[in-house]
Write a protein that binds this ligand. Sequence first.
Ligand code: TRP
Ligand code: SF4
Length: 422
Amino acid sequence: MKADEIHSEVSPWGTLQSLDYNQVFSEFGIEPIATVLPDLPTVPSFIRRGIVIGHRDYGVIVDAMRKGRPFHVLTGFMPSGLPHLGHLILMKEVVWHVQQGGNGYVLIADREAHAVRGISWDDCIRYGREYLKCLFALGFTGKTYAQSENEVVKDFAFEASTRVNLSELHAIYGFGPETSLSHPISVITQVADILYPQIDWGPAPTLVPVGIDQDPHIRLTRDIAHKLRMFTVESRGSTISVRSKNASPAALEEICSSFKDAKLYEGHVDIYGESIEDVREKTREIEREFGGYGFYTPSSTYHIFMPGLQGGKMSSSIPESLFSFYEPARSVRRKVMNALTGGRATLEEQRRFGGEPDKCPIYLLNLFHMVEDDGELNEIRRQCLQGELMCGTCKKQTLTRVITFLHDFRERMDAVSDVVEV
Ligand code: TRP
Ligand code: SF4
């Protein structure tokens, strides 16, 4: 389906929980995903179905995809337990972007799990391996690491920490005098994770797909990435101006001598007859030659969360809210068959008024993961709305899909278990 055709398709699904999200988004300056849709060469199902609904600077990534230019995609998982249904959407987002040409990076946030959740190092690695198995089973290729083992990340975290003070951390995270020092250290490690692909591979747009809960980290990282730049590049009509933020005079002179028609002033260089893209790229190169990083400010996308099977939150602390990938069929069956639905009080009413799929955890389970074909999903929704489908039948059909999915997924996880390194 082409981007412009799907605009109208997004809304029936997109209204899911987006009302509450929209307010949060506009408050924090997150843009609706619709603003980049027309440029997206192919629209993945997580966008078509209204699961990914917001972004910051995703346009830069879309542009890289269209032009076949390099970009990175990165995420991290905190190994506080075994991976489950709730982690799957993020994994699919990363894998899709890798398939579109992105350099994939996935990390295990063992420092964070150890500091914030008190998980032992051994358990971190044991759980971490399972997350990576899931990713590789879904088709991930790229680099993986554990925070505690990546010296470059740890060293860069220290460098990044020179650009943050405690009052900023208080404002963003509410850290106070009683906060363990390990929390700010975990935060700055995550900042380093997000910028790591640009240190490891080189500067390129970087996408971090997240849920809204991770946005504070995104904001902090964008701020630090910007602060660490030596130069800013701006277009002023026919001239392009490169300003020093904290570059040495020698670096600024190097900028000037790299272009045919350029003039050096106190603190800036004016350049004539060049494209802004070329100037930006050259500036990054020179920044790196002089010991800087040349970072692109990272981009992010935001997905909604799948509700728990009982409604409410999906969380490993509520066992009935989800099934893991390791659960015996009997227990999966019980959880699916006991799930909350958007059905009416009686069959009679259901036939008369139809169900409410958009509020139904079973429907959303299908929408997120169990039905790949849009036509098939739409048909479930239609039959539900028109009172043709009863919840008992719908749950049984869903259960069959779930059992097949789990069977295949476990097989694929086993098949990739030797690829996993951490
Ligand atoms: N804080 C993330 C979580 O709680 C894990 C994480 C660590 C992460 N580093 C990251 C996520 C970098 C995205 C990018 O799940
Ligand atoms: Fe949910 Fe299916 Fe019942 Fe509709 S019929 S409310 S989709 S369980």
